[in-house]
Design a protein around this ligand. Structure first.
Ligand code: NAD
Length: 259
């Protein structure tokens, strides 16, 4: 279905980004992987995507740095030939009460979870408009719609990312370029696993209690979302059937934000 299309997926060496890259490659797209560390550090993820037989490249561009983001898009346009699909997925988290929230963590979350999407879109948009085709997907979160305590930067960045999604949707509307957000609830990935200890400490409860009474308490299905389900949503948003889906915030959160 996506044969002949090219995709840049930021933060795709782990978790949700890797699953999205995997689903796009399975559908036939050539892939630019991205994540922290070098090729050797990310050999397993690179091999997983290469196994689909489509062209697979890797860039270690750090999404905190606008110059490296521009270089990532230039690299993809040069070595894959275009950027038809852009998935802004890289993201980090920090959990702390607002009065103790480190300013440098706020700045890093704003840069990686929000500003990086502005910089990638800004660089990739001219090529998409010229070709009359583009699919931009921003990995937001249920936290783009509702808040939780102790996540000031993350909730702010994800709400902002949905605002950017809508603006880009309007600017791309007459050029065959769609832009949508995918907003997962809790997905079992290294990012969520990494929050267990901090959340347990901040709330004074055990890690099992964090899973059951904090994370899944919000999710009526009482299940973590699976990364493959998010990959499936991304492939749909890249398909012809989704040509008129734009500016949407697609929740995939087990009913969390329906409450
Ligand atoms: P993860 O920690 O498993 O993966 C994060 C990826 O981003 C990795 O590939 C990592 O190398 C990369 N990354 C981190 N900082 C980077 C930087 N500065 N530059 C380039 N790459 C960087 O995380 P995940 O759970 O798969 O989360 C991916 C996205 O999904 C994030 O935007 C996150 O906010 C969002 N999300 C996750 C959940 C969840 O429950 N896991 C829920 C909603 C939204």
């Amino acid at each position: 279905m996506l044969k002949g299309k090219t995709a840049v997926v930021t933060g795709s060496t782990s978790g949700i980004g890797l699953a999205i890259a995997d689903a796009l490659a399975a559908a036939g797209a050539d892939i630019m992987l991205n994540g922290l560390g070098d090729e050797a550090d990310n050999a397993d993820a690179i091999d997983q995507i290469k196994a689909h037989g489509t062209k697979t490249l890797f860039s270690p561009a750090n999404m905190i740095n606008p110059d490296e983001i521009v270089e990532l898009i230039e690299f993809a346009e040069r070595d894959l030939g275009s950027v038809d699909i852009l998935v802004n997925n890289a993201g980090i988290q920090h959990v702390a009460p607002i009065e103790a929230f480190p300013a440098e963590k706020w700045n890093a979350i704003m840069a990686i979870n929000l500003s990086s999407a502005f910089h990638t879109v800004r660089a990739a948009f001219p090529g998409m408009k010229k070709r009359g085709f583009g699919r931009i997907i921003n990995t937001a979160s249920a936290h783009s719609l509702v808040a939780s305590p102790y996540k000031a930067a993350y909730v702010t960045a994800k709400h902002g990312l949905v605002g950017l999604t809508k603006v880009v949707a309007l600017e791309g509307a007459e050029h065959g370029v769609t832009c949508n957000a995918i907003s997962p609830g809790y997905v079992w990935t290294p990012l969520v696993e990494g929050q267990l200890a901090d959340t347990a400490k901040t709330r004074g409860i055990t890690e099992d209690e964090v899973k059951n009474t904090v994370m899944l308490a919000n999710q009526p299905t009482k299940q973590f979302v699976k990364v493959e389900e998010i990959g499936g949503m991304a492939v749909f948003l890249c398909s012809d059937a989704a040509a008129n889906v734009t500016g949407a915030n697609m929740t995939i959160d087990g009913g969390w934000t329906a409450q």
